[in-house]
Design a protein around this ligand. Sequence first.
Ligand code: SF4
Length: 1470
Amino acid sequence: MSLAPSVAAVARVAHLSADVVVDSHSVFSPYWKSRSHSPSSVVSLPRGADPVSTLLRHEQAHLLCYTASSSPALTRLLPHLTDLSSRPLVIHIAAQDDLSDALVLRAAVPYFIHSSTAQQAHDNALLAARLARTERKAVVHVFHVGEPGETVVEVSDEKVRPFLLAEKRALVSKPNGRPHSPGPGSRPHSPAPKRPHSPALGHANGHARSGSDINGLARPASPLLAASSSSLPLDPATAELTQAYEAAALSTLALVRRSQRALVQHGSLDPHTLILTLGRTNLGFEIDGVCFLDLTLVSPLPAGRILSAIRPSVRQVIVLEQVEKWPTKFTPLFLDIVSALQHREVEPRPDIRSGYLGAGTLQAADVFKLLDHAPVSSPTDRLQLGHPPSASSSTVEAPHVPRHEASYTRILTHLFGERLQIANSPSFVPSHGELATSPEFALGRIRGEIELRDELVHGVRELLQDAKLSPNLHSLLSQWILSKDDGAKSRQLAQEIIQALESETSVDAASRVLALRDYLPAYSRWIIGSDAWSYDLGSSGLHHAIASGLNVNILILDTLPYTSRNSSDPTRRKHDVGLYAMNHGDVYVASVAVYSSYAQALQALIEAEKFNGPSVVLAYLPYKSEESPALDLLKETKLAVDSGYWPLYRWDPSKEAAGKEPFSLDSDAVKNDLQSFLDRQNHLSQLVRAKPLLPAELVGSLGETVKEARKRKAEQSYAELTTGLDSLPLLILYASDGGAAEKKAKRLANRAKARGLFVSLTTMDASSQNALSEEEHVVFVTSTAGQGEPPQNGRSFFKALNAAAAKGDKILGKLKYSVFGMGDSHYWPRPEDAHYYNKPGKDLDARLLQLGGERFADLGLGDDQDADGPETGYKLWEPLVWKALGVDTVEVLEAEPDPITNEHIKAASGYLRGTIAEGLSDTTTGALAASDTQLTKFHGIYQQDDRDIRDEREAQGVEPAYAFMIRVRMPGGVCTPAQWLAIDQIADEHGSGNFKITTRQTFQFHGVIKKHLKLSIQAINRALLDTLAACGDVNRNVIVSAVPSLSKLHAQVYDFAKGVSEHLLPRTTAYHEIWLDKKLVAGEAVKDYEPLYGEFYLPRKYKIAVAVPPTNDVDVFANDVGFIAIVNDDGDLAGFNVTAGGGMGVTHGNKKTYPRTGSILGFVTPDQGKLVAEKIMLVQRDNGNRTDRKNARLKYTIDRMGLDVFKAAVENLLGFNFQDARPYTFDRNIDDFGWQIGQDGKHHFSCFIENGRVQDEPERDFKTALREIAKVHKGRFRLTANQHLIITDIAPEDVPQIKSLLAQYKLDNVNFTGLRLSSSACVAFPTCGLAMAESERYLPILIDKVEKICEENGLRNDSIVMRMTGCPNGCARPYVAEVAFVGKAPGTYLMLLGGGYYGQRLNKIYRESVSEPEILAILRPMIKRYALERHEGERFGDFVIRAGYIAETTEGQAWYDRMGGEGQYREIAV
Ligand code: SF4
């Protein structure tokens, strides 16, 4: 859209002159959008936003500009103009030929300037800037948008700043007392400048006119002060203002070489009529006896100035203003003129008339018409010159409501349906104007409606007294009186009452009630405050609404993202509004976040609506733009809620009356200001004490780092006392995420001690810059995280060094150092990313040198790709360190102490006890001891911390937000409805309110804090489930194909799986002792014995799956041991083909690790199966690699031993041989969704639960749905290994009820694309400690995009198995998917192609590092080709191999061969 010349010129001046420009979604906005890098900082307010708080905030600005279009919304400035008027502020208002809205501001500002033409607008913009800046006063400059063809001569950019900064021009006083300007050029007596055309008479900023000029050169030099020529005294304040204006006008004249006049007169020198105009005119023509006076400086307007402009000959003054609508009969300007004329000494006083000045081209004939009409019209009639603007020009569009905000309005609609009334709905704007979204409007509307309803109630009561009323109507009205506040009932009765009233014509009072029929139904009345379209509800509007005491509901949306909060206006943190409202007393207040707790948001909205009085619901909806993905909203919400920035709570004063607690805290953390508010408030502080939900450990704790640092210091002091003083001190600092660098550092410390050095060791972040400056010899060991970043526990240290280096400090003058960095030169294969390799190590080395350190041994670099991994580089570097420290010749006699490994922890644990029990009772930290966290895995418990807020908490100096993941052991994934209900309740009471169906067919809870751990495990046990061996180096949950249609066979394989699971369970009693408080017998001596596992348990996890062909939904080949069910001719279970050696876990860049599909060993009978599972496990127990956990899974043992040797070892233990494998066929590894009927006539429904997350989300209340189903279901729930759910064994007579519940909650929808139905993702962020990239939260978003490609190519219903994991551990079995993505760093994935559709073949790395645009660019042509060229029935995984994209992976050890694509598709850098 091209800008009008006037707007562009004014905007340019504002842009060049102001420090800060605030724009209110106006005609200027396109200009500001195109000037993102302007000298001024531009604050673009959303449509409808109240600019006042923003303007008030920039009090330091040398010049602040506010740009706006003329609109009724300008009135919002009025109450604050007193504050703003003494600031250097220019308010530019672009008017469309009607000055009504702008003139409202006139009385409240020192200066009000009007420009009629584009050239004048340009010049006056400069003048206004200069005036505001020099006088530190507010100037309103209103100008007309004008025509596109107008020309403007603009000053060059470089002249503007000097003009603004130039000394204030002084007006010197002439001997006669009149101030006199020295004129441009600064020499006091220099002549006035020669103007280009030097018009002898009138001149209106470039538009020369004929006639005399009261401001002309022949007239007094200071025209404004010509007022003093009259007898009227000028008050000092006005005199000062006018002098300042005059000075600024002269400076502007000198700059632009066009005179700037407060008013311009032209026309007859001896006039009988004076026409004073304020507006855009073209009255340049001559009319005998008429003089025209155009007003530029509207304020200040001294009476003397007006009088001196009115010649004695004038008999008639007509004041014409472009003011179409004015609330009073006479405008302020007209009254000013009237009042000035009262002082006229020349008699008779002229007649004075007011009139409307039309826009557009005027002719002399129009003026004649006006002059003819004036004497014959009534003196109080308003005259008119020209025509008013067309109505169409003032059409106002409804403001746009950003799509994210619909999530709350949808909930309101869902809850209150037809009853919902949004009193400030944007849809009112076209009919009621822009202020229709304002709270004042809404409140007025609601108040009016409530009054009318009261009238209705009164009318109905009166009617009920009427004896003539029919019994039917009497009954209906009585019912209505009783249920008038019930939304549904009142609406229903309304229909009947209206019908009855219409036929009740004999009763007079009926017509009165009928006239108010619209108010018969009870409405749910809401006012919505939104940053985007109803901005100011959070401040003044809220106060009015609360103070009104009306039964009104207010929903305030806070859209400020948590991560942007510091850079934004802190006054916009609307949840402080909650404190304000609570303070008020009888107001319902709730703070909700739909993306954190949908259920709590619903509850709060329902409660708010029920509350009889004002209700305020503060709703968090953080988004940066409309395009922000839902994932961002989720993350931001989570950060805000978990950190306590946005606590979830409800405050219901009505509960107090019922003797209940009015305050409910619905989230764990609460921010300090709310807590201190609670403390401050007398009433609420009692709640805090009474409420155990606000324990200190939720809001923060001392933190392990601090404690560790103190402990280390104490130990060090003690060691210093006891150690020989002549030992050379060596400090070793490390930063490590995965533990590899930590291990290296610890080993180095041991070796240094063995060489007689006095060693201390800690993480980089636990050390300070000050401490470092005191150290002499320091060795640094760091690994590389993410995109070349330092590991988490070194980031602050790196930041501090960088900051010191940026300041040029040389603080490490004493330091002698050496750095060893660890990285993977292959991790980032593209040449442009090569610098990420070992970046932290290299950066640290350089930074230390820059800070004055002296390198005593060269930088050492360990590369995962070297023959011996990082050890290769380490072996070269370490001797340099010893040499530099002078201990290279020391003979080390004793072997180095072994580093502590998981094997040590297991052996020393007393059969999985460790110090878990003690750790649970330690309330000073939310964590358990590091060694115990290895042991709790065996109990089904993982310690995690919230990765989303890890940095945030670290910055706050508190320990990470520790919480635990609990995984249930549930062989075959089968549970009863009662167990489902128990799980649902445990998630609510102890976890994060949701739970996950995992790829191992079980439940997993996240977010269980330490003090809830035991309670959770006990609750799980009460549901007859347990968590023992759900994780750890033991046999994990045994998974079984979920094929409900084969009821008989499934029952057999399920029993088999359960038997295997029980058989391989650890026998330790530690689980019962720790979690279930079962005491050990016989003097508490540990009597445990593990017949199968021994005290070391297994080298690594051990996974078993049982598949029932043709479905391979368990991915049998991805498990350590697989049983493929073989059926005899009667359909009974004949036995199993046994596979061994499958496994998914890989370490990025470590080619010693690889995925593997299981190898078939042979056939066994069902009786033998359990024994086979045991013996394979024992061979692994005794032969697995216990020195390197990365190489410890059964798959590596088999490849190391050789399949035949391994099989023989198993057969040896079994005492019999495997039979030959029997034929079988798999045809899929995904689930069959929808309804099925089993052999026994029972019905089963497979639901699609995306990535297994059972939770309530907007429009998808699946958790509630399944809870409701569980309440009535009589069969079983069966979890699938693809993370979905089957509701099984539904008797035919119960099907309608289940169907109706499924439909009610939309859980019956399985109409998704084949791609989505075949997808699966692991948990990853925010809970999984190993996650490198998003998975569960991101895959659905990626699928949204890829399924569009599929749909474009006619593949909507074609199944393509796509999986994603957040790290290479492979929990969602990505390496057997047809397409897979494995996280490497945030937003970056390894891309794999070519897996077998039914899980029979590994895929292969196609690209080593892709982000979303690359993924889509790769898949788009590939999917298109697949659609066009595939053979009949050919699967995508097979096609990409045949089409030459990728080579087939024949076995695990060949996984890396030919990775990176084939032929023309080969990745260049590989
Ligand atoms: S694959 Fe990695 S990121 Fe995903 S859940 Fe497993 S360990 Fe965590």
